[in-house]
Design a binder for this molecule. Structure first.
Ligand SMILES: Nc1ncnc2c1ncn2[C@@H]1O[C@H](COP(=O)(O)OP(=O)(O)O)[C@@H](O)[C@H]1O
Ligand SMILES: [Mg+2]
Length: 405
């Protein structure tokens, strides 16, 4: 089909299934995006006019699969018409492929029809997008859907996977660890294993559906928080976690009260100088004009805080993390999620950080952080922002820093 490309055994099994719903759960670097591209190309070159939709948690991720499919088409000697803005689309005779992010409820997609829908990293795409937006697009065409992903706990992707294990005809499913990709180097796998906790490696490379053990933010809370539809009113507050060493600088903006709040923006930046970090954060803050900004000043001290205050964010406050304070911040965030008081955004990096954020008992108390070497910058920024929210009862904000803690 595509010259020089041979599917490995797991990829062959996926391509061979005729089921209307296919669920493929595999580890990182298994070749998910690769097999998705192959499936798209096969469908486009099948002769009949076909509408193919590729969905992923973010536009960047959707573009990866799109570009890979385009490369395969070129290798097959086919030159489709390509448009990349506002979103990647290619046309080949009467067939078309378009690639979209499923993050914002997929409003752009409503009402369209498709013969084949593929969702890359499906466990990170909100369930409603799949059931209420994507599935109905197949009704008229009798089309097929494939959900391909690294697991993220026991969410809807897991339930569909299980359905496939029991059914096998309407729903086909396969779980396969990264090392089933024969091209993957064992050295790379060993290195990754050394960077992660065992549990995290079991999920990300072993493709296991694990939940709970040590997990602080349960997957069902997080998924439910994505489905909330809270009003956009109330004060805006922010949390900032500055990068140290190899970390990211992260910013979260939240609106509302501790009783009912909504995440407005979550962003991170890597490898910026101190000056650039301050400028990037200040620019976002000036745009949203929060009434309170809590910044982690652990190990950094006041220079960054002062720079931020001087960059048009006078309300920025520094807060030094003690283990007790960190515990309070994390518990507050967990409770808000558990009780459905915080609406989240389906940002894939945030969802991954929340999923891998662990509580580990130690001799000196509980250690709370991203498992192994996972980043937890976004979680910390979000926890700071949630902590900065006013209590519902007063509606007022305590800006004297210390007193409000
Ligand atoms: N059948 C194949 N033939 C050649 N290379 C492959 C094949 N499957 C996967 N790869 C390569 O393995 C790596 C991981 O594939 P990718 O599709 O990006 O994995 P995933 O999306 O599962 O993380 C890439 O470098 C890709 O080109
Ligand atoms: Mg991929």
């Amino acid at each position: 089909m595509i010259s020089g490309w041979r599917p490995h055994a797991g990829q062959q099994a996926f391509l061979a299934s005729n089921a209307p719903v296919r669920v493929l759960a595999c580890g990182r670097r298994w070749g998910k995006t690769e097999v998705i591209a192959a499936e798209i190309v096969r469908t486009l070159l099948g002769g009949a006019p076909r509408q193919v939709l590729l969905v992923a948690p973010s536009q960047e991720q959707a573009s990866l699969g799109f570009e890979r499919a385009l490369e395969f088409l070129h290798r097959a000697g086919v030159r489709p018409t390509v448009r990349r803005t506002p979103a990647p689309t290619l046309t080949l005779g009467q067939s078309r492929l378009w690639a979209r992010s499923g993050a914002r409820g997929g409003t752009l997609l409503r009402g369209r029809k498709a013969h084949l829908i593929i969702v890359d990293e499906a466990a990170y795409v909100p369930e409603v997008v799949v059931t209420e937006v994507l599935m109905p697009m197949l009704a008229d065409t009798g089309g097929r859907i494939a959900l391909v992903s690294t697991p993220r706990g026991k969410n809807y992707f897991y339930r569909l996977y299980q359905q496939g294990q029991e059914d096998g005809i309407r729903v086909w499913s396969l779980r396969s660890p990264s090392w089933h990709n024969p091209l993957l180097s064992p050295t790379m796998l060993r290195m990754q294993a050394s960077l992660m906790t065992q549990r995290q490696f079991q999920v990300e490379y072993g493709a296991q559906f694990l939940d709970e053990a040590g997990q602080v933010f349960r997957t069902e809370w997080v998924d439910r928080a994505l489905l909330l539809n809270l009003p956009s009113d109330g004060l805006v507050v922010a949390g900032v976690d500055w990068a140290r060493y190899r970390d990211f600088t992260a910013l979260a903006l939240v609106q509302g009260t501790r009783n009912q709040a909504k995440l407005l923006l979550i962003r991170r930046w890597q490898q910026l100088s101190w000056k650039e970090q301050v400028e990037a954060v200040a620019q976002q803050l000036r745009e949203h004009n929060p009434v309170r900004v809590l910044c982690d000043r652990t190990g950094i001290g006041d220079p960054l805080l002062e720079a931020l205050q001087q960059s048009g964010v006078p309300c920025a406050e520094g807060i030094a993390f003690t283990p007790a304070l960190k515990q309070n911040l994390i518990e507050n965030l967990a409770l808000m999620l558990e009780q459905g008081r915080l609406q989240l955004l389906p940002d894939p990096a945030l969802l991954n950080e929340l999923y891998h954020f662990e509580a580990t008992p130690t001799e000196r108390g509980t250690r709370l952080q991203g498992a192994g070497n996972t980043h937890d910058d976004l979680v910390i920024a979000l926890a700071l922002a949630a902590w900065a929210l006013p209590h519902a009862s007063t509606g007022s904000i305590l800006t004297s820093g210390r007193k409000s803690l």
